[in-house]
Design a binder for this molecule. Structure first.
Ligand code: FAD
Length: 253
């Protein structure tokens, strides 16, 4: 099990406990109903047939994670997320749920703390503060770590990225930039300090560095967009680690 490394006497973040994994590998040509809940009836039971067919067509070697297990990943990748708004916490949730070693650095500075949400799908009305408390609890319940510290510097290293916070150095293979508008330190890894460009999966021009939410969309600032970005980046990291496309689906038994 790898973990977020910490040098200079810092706190090495411990990873979540390992669990036996389970996955359903879908080879090219597998019929839609196989995705739609045939077999043990658990996986994607609620998927409409056409959605299943579309998924099957789109994925030549897609792996559908059942109930969040990543049993065949090569190992536990270390990921540092900088920023604890909905973008960073969403990325951390997906990564922690799938047994990756994820650490979020932030100091509860999200603008969400001032918001009253009526436009987050599935939640008719919630204060941003309550939303943030629930989101953080979700992340830590699944093994993600929250470090109450401001990141002062970012740099690339032979193994990925080095993050300086509270006078300590932390290492990780992947970096997720979820820092809203305070982006000055990303210059340390060669990225611009405003509106960092990314593809649909949050990939930046720097290998294994992702950017999500407000940090990449300064003109489309909505909590649910940031959360979606975080999920996309996390799935991309999980897929890279697995060497094939992954989805994280759960269903009722
Ligand atoms: C008054 C107000 C009301 C709003 N109402 C709504 C609404 O009703 N609905 C809606 O969808 N959106 C609303 N928003 C917008 C919403 O707050 C943003 O869309 C959302 O916060 C963006 O999330 P994010 O994760 O991209 O970035 P942010 O939430 O900005 O999170 C960035 C985080 O990174 C941290 N950070 C930055 N630099 C560092 C560093 N060096 N080290 C450690 N941490 C760092 C910041 O402190 C912060 O915690 C509102 C915003 C405001 C200001």
């Amino acid at each position: 099990m790898s973990s977020v490394g910490c040098c200079a006497g810092g706190v090495a973040a411990a990873g979540p406990a390992d669990e036996a994994g389970e996955e359903l590998a879908l080879d090219e040509g597998v019929a839609g109903p196989a995705l739609g809940g045939a077999g043990d009836g658990r996986s994607c039971a609620a998927q409409p047939a056409n959605a299943s067919a579309a998924l099957t067509t789109a994925a030549s070697s897609l792996v559908l994670l059942r109930n969040g297990n990543l049993g065949t990943l090569r190992g536990m990748a270390s990921v540092i997320v900088v920023g604890d708004g909905p973008g960073g916490l969403s990325a951390a949730l997906f990564l922690a749920k799938n047994k990756q070693d994820v650490t979020v650095f932030a100091q509860n500075g999200s603008w969400m703390n001032s918001a009253l949400l009526f436009n987050y799908l599935g939640l008719p009305k919630i204060t941003g503060k309550d939303f943030m408390a629930i989101a953080k609890q979700q992340v830590t319940d699944l093994g993600g770590k929250l470090v109450d510290a401001e990141v002062s510097a970012l740099s690339t290293s032979a193994d990925g990225f080095t993050v300086q916070a509270s006078g300590k150095s932390y290492q990780a293979k992947y970096l997720v930039i979820a820092m809203g508008t305070k982006l000055e330190i990303v210059k340390g890894i060669g990225l611009p300090a405003r509106a960092i460009e990314a593809d649909r999966n949050g990939r930046t021009s720097v290998e294994n560095a992702y950017v999500v939410g407000w940090a990449t969309r300064p003109d489309k600032i909505q909590a649910i967009i940031s959360a979606g970005d975080g999920a996309a980046a996390a799935l991309d990291i999980l897929s890279k680690e697995a060497g094939k496309d992954l989805h994280d689906f759960d269903s009722v038994d």
